[in-house]
Design a protein around this ligand. Structure first.
Ligand SMILES: [Zn+2]
Length: 239
């Protein structure tokens, strides 16, 4: 019976490992999605930075074109000063020239301000480009890691599947079917204990069961959670 209990524990350990492999494999698609989402977000930020810069550059070009028009107007008005006939018309013309010069000054100021903003946006774009590059290679690495993990896990699953079959075949049929019934509902299917408490469900083990457990003459299950109970001493040293 001790041997059966030991074999049960071996089966349970293989099942634990299998469950871990399965859990990790199930989490991989979400890891891929998270990595791709990170890439998309950095690409979106890059595009946004590019659009913002373009808009400001367009604004600057518009102002520069307005400035050229203003300069052209001033030249045109100044060209007329020698042609005015009356003093009044001359004053009107001077006022127009002054207004045009003020408009030109205003435009120059706005161009300087816009140039500063454009420069800030250019820096932001550079930062976004660097970030997108770094994110891109990090995501590529993560996807490569996940891909190789998929292969490793498939191998682990095959190896553990074979180990499970082997461990299960060695088991006494009654012990095996009891164990299989438990693991259909809860894991682990074996509770390894050292005190009079089930390590699976934390409920106390009746004294008569505990005595039986120590003698290891039969397969005993927790009365509450139905886990197969194995006393730590039954496992021997090194297992
Ligand atoms: Zn229990």
């Amino acid at each position: 019976m001790r041997e059966t209990l030991r074999q049960l524990v071996v089966l349970q350990r293989v099942d634990d490992e299998l469950a871990g492999v399965k859990l990790e494999a199930e989490g991989l698609p979400a890891r891929c999605e998270a990595a791709e989402a990170e890439r998309s977000a950095s690409q979106a930020a890059l595009e946004e930075a590019g659009e913002a810069l373009k808009a400001r550059e367009l604004e600057q070009r518009g102002l520069e074109s307005e400035l050229a028009d203003a300069e052209e107007l001033i030249r045109h008005l100044e060209g007329q000063t020698s042609q005015v006939k009356t003093n009044a018309a001359y004053h009107v013309l001077l006022a127009e020239i002054e207004a045009a010069k003020q408009a030109k000054d205003g435009l120059e100021e706005r161009i300087l301000e816009t140039m500063e903003v454009v420069s800030e946006h250019r820096d932001a774009l550079t930062t976004a480009e660097e970030k997108a590059r770094a994110t891109g290679s990090r995501v590529d690495e993560e996807l490569a890691r996940i891909e190789s993990r998929v292969t490793e896990l498939a191998k682990d699953r095959d190896r553990l599947g074979a180990a499970r079959d082997q461990a299960a075949d060695l088991l006494d049929p009654d012990a095996r079917s009891r164990y299989e019934r438990v693991v259909e509902r809860r894991r682990p299917g074996v509770a390894i204990i050292s005190k009079e408490v089930c390590s699976g469900c934390r409920v106390g083990i009746p004294p008569q069961d505990f005595v039986e457990l120590l003698s290891a003459t039969s397969i005993l299950q927790c009365r509450t959670c139905k886990r197969v109970l194995v006393h730590r001493d039954m496992l021997g040293s090194g297992s």
